[in-house]
Design a protein around this ligand. Structure first.
Ligand code: NAD
Length: 306
């Protein structure tokens, strides 16, 4: 039998932990020995209102089961206060799960600045503020684990979610760069695109599908990624739900190489368009340098056909 992954002596901050995925994260890490900061603003799924009850209920459940937890009711936009709660209550922070989120679904035609700004504030600014406040602690102790939360809507687009899609894909770039900056300090950062039954999905999915999407089934992957034994899997993008999990990466067509001179015209591109979009011999770039190789090759070429 596999050894149980434990988090004894560690402090985990879970944002948006009053319900859905955040709640199951909080309960899990507390049950595995961690002290947990249960953050939740307690508003509606559209980001309206606030209530201390959401976080309190989860803290009480953890305490009843013999675990350690403290509530925080700030919006993630004030992430420094959430991290401060961890330091004041437990003296440290080891793991940050940037999970809080809201939806303001509306077709692009009808989107208001408020719909756009609020989504960006909660998802992007919220993740930034929490990670930024935790970062000096992570660097100093040479240990930190971060999970950011993207979405299939961000990876692939979804009708009525331009604001949410943009913010969720931002989590990918944010994570990839955090992973690079954190590597030297044993700060491991990954991003997940989960799928789970919650108040966010209960209005858009049928009950029989939701039954098979228990939020608890997102937890094992997250636990593996943030455990101290993971010292190399960083900057990854993972889809996860209902017992399935998979890693995503970038794929690039083998591409079109043209000589960059006067013969490099739209007509020359059009003539060989099939090559631009040909994935029969793909490459899997991991950094900007991979594209530089193509640039160098194109410089060596002869004039283009018109
Ligand atoms: P949920 O609505 O059940 O949970 C989100 C929690 O975040 C709520 O308890 C809410 O009160 C809290 N919250 C919202 N704004 C906050 C703020 N400003 N500060 C602090 N807390 C705040 O939804 P969920 O499905 O559990 O979603 C969790 C995360 O997963 C979100 O980031 C969501 O976008 C993402 N996600 C979920 C799914 C899914 O299938 N459920 C799919 C893709 C992405």
């Amino acid at each position: 039998m596999a050894e149980q992954l434990r988090f004894d002596g560690q402090v985990v901050v879970v944002t948006g932990a009053g319900g859905g995925l955040g709640k199951v994260y909080a309960l899990f890490f507390a049950s595995r020995g961690a002290s947990v900061v249960v953050n939740d603003l307690g508003g509606s799924f559209k980001g309206e209102g606030n209530d201390t009850k959401a976080a309190d209920v989860v803290v009480n459940e953890i305490k009843k089961a013999g675990g350690k937890a403290v509530a925080n009711y700030d919006s993630v936009e004030n992430g420094e206060r959430i991290i401060e709660t961890a330091i004041k209550a437990f003296g440290r922070i080891d793991i940050l799960l940037n999970n809080a989120g809201i939806l303001r679904d509306v077709s692009f035609k009808n989107m208001t600045d408020q719909d756009w700004d609020l989504i960006n504030k909660v998802h992007i600014k919220g993740a930034y503020k929490c990670a930024h406040a935790a970062w000096p602690h992570f660097r100093k102790q040479k240990f930190g684990r971060v999970i950011n939360t993207a979405s299939a809507a961000g990876l692939f687009g979804n009708f009525g979610q331009t604001n949410y899609s943009a913010a969720k894909l931002a989590m990918v770039g944010f994570t990839e760069t955090l992973a690079k900056e954190g590597a030297k300090y044993n700060i491991i950062c990954n991003v997940i695109a989960p799928i789970a039954a919650s108040r966010m999905t209960e209005t858009v999915m049928p009950p029989d599908v939701l039954e098979n999407l228990r939020p608890d089934w997102v937890v094992p992957l997250v636990a593996v990624l943030v455990h101290k034994s993971n010292t190399s899997e960083t900057g990854g993008i993972f889809e996860v739900g209902a017992g399935a999990m998979a890693k995503l990466r970038w794929e690039r067509s083998s591409g079109l190489l043209l000589k960059a001179d006067d013969s490099y015209t739209p007509g020359a591109v059009l003539k060989k368009w099939d090559k631009v979009v040909d994935f029969s011999n793909p490459q899997y770039p991991t950094g900007p340098n991979d594209f530089m190789t193509l640039l160098e090759e194109s410089m060596k070429m002869g004039p283009n056909e018109q």
